[in-house]
Design a protein around this ligand. Structure first.
Ligand SMILES: Nc1ncnc2c1ncn2[C@@H]1O[C@H](COP(=O)(O)OP(=O)(O)O)[C@@H](O)[C@H]1O
Ligand SMILES: CC(=O)N[C@@H](CCC(=O)OP(=O)(O)O)C(=O)O
Length: 294
């Protein structure tokens, strides 16, 4: 049980938000909402309220969501196994159907409905809508043979982003909720890692912040202690010495890519903490790991 705050403490906490509201007014904040941070309903409700609040105080939140565990759940129900190569789900035609159903349908609409329930005006879209995320087939380098490229199916590498649809929605006070799917000029659909999509969208929008909400307190060192601040160079060192592995690799990789493209700061925060988003944006505390250019 937390001790209740007195009226004076509450007033102090509220007034502390003022400089952050002023600083981030009319700025774009891209929020990557990871599938692992979406497991509990009360956390999803708190997340939706936070997004609505940020919009109402004048920021432009853009939600880019994942859904890895939710895709795994549906694949399991149809008796299909998934394989990951370098953090990317090998995506055959049948898997792509499930990915499109879960990301573009179930998860996207769930988030949209929650935000709207709390008074926001969320609009769900995938990167296919308005031909907004352009992609091509991604080939990954084999770990065994450096010169060999592996075909992992319908996994997309982003070749371009047309931000107009997002800008139009922002300007009219809608909250875009983006599922990471893309298409090529032939109309083929691609499954895109949500961290990649969030980092690239933040870069194209020249966002103030990109915030990755996941299921760890942030980036941890070898002793499992939180690293509160990192530069792109330090991130490279932590990947090289194996401290950062698995699903954290694309996350920090695209966080660095975003700050190198002009996004002011990237944050990896714990989506299991209630109102983590609000704490990150509107309080002096900040939470998780901050990545910015050194
Ligand atoms: N150095 C590290 N610090 C924190 N987490 C790490 C680190 N290295 C690897 N990880 C793993 O990365 C995971 C987060 O990535 P991922 O499972 O892809 O999450 P999401 O679904 O939110 O994208 C963590 O749960 C953890 O297991
Ligand atoms: C190519 C690829 O791996 N795509 C991801 C897309 C969803 C995602 O990234 O979800 P999280 O952020 O919850 O992990 C996948 O199929 O799982």
């Amino acid at each position: 049980m937390t001790t209740p705050h007195t009226a004076a403490e509450k007033a102090h906490i509220l007034s502390e938000a003022l400089p952050y509201i002023q600083r981030f007014y009319d700025k774009t904040i891209v929020i990557k909402y990871g599938g692992n941070a979406m497991t509990e309903r009360h956390l999803m409700e708190a997340f939706a309220k936070d997004v609505v609040l940020l919009k109402l105080v004048g920021m432009n939140p853009v939600v880019v969501h994942g859904g890895g565990p939710q895709i795994a759940g549906l694949l399991q129900r149809i008796g299909k196994q998934s394989e990951f190569i370098q953090g990317m789900r090998v995506t055959d035609e049948e898997t792509l159907d499930v990915v499109e159903m879960v990301l573009g349908g179930l998860v996207n609409q769930d988030i949209v409905t929650l935000i709207n329930k709390h008074g926001g005006r969320a609009v769900g879209l995938t990167g296919k809508d308005g031909n907004f995320i352009h992609a091509k087939k991604m080939l990954v380098k084999s770990k065994e043979k450096a010169d060999e490229l592996l075909d992992i199916g319908q996994v997309g590498e982003i070749t371009g982003i047309d931000p107009e649809i997002i800008q139009v929605l922002d300007a009219r006070d809608f909250i875009p909720v983006v599922a990471p799917l893309g298409t090529d000029s032939e109309g083929n659909a691609y499954n895109i890692n949500a961290d990649v999509a969030a980092g690239k969208i933040a870069g194209v929008l020249q966002a103030e912040k990109v915030i990755f909400m996941t299921n760890t307190p942030g980036v941890l060192d070898k002793q499992m202690q939180l690293l509160t601040g990192l530069t792109p160079r330090e991130v490279d060192e932590l990947i090289a010495d194996g401290t950062i592995s698995g699903g954290m690799i694309p996350k920090v990789g695209y966080a660095v890519d975003a700050v190198n493209s002009g996004v002011k700061t990237a944050h990896i925060i714990d989506g299991r903490v209630e109102h983590a988003l609000l704490l990150e944006v509107l309080t002096p505390e900040g939470v998780g790991t901050l990545i910015k250019r050194g």
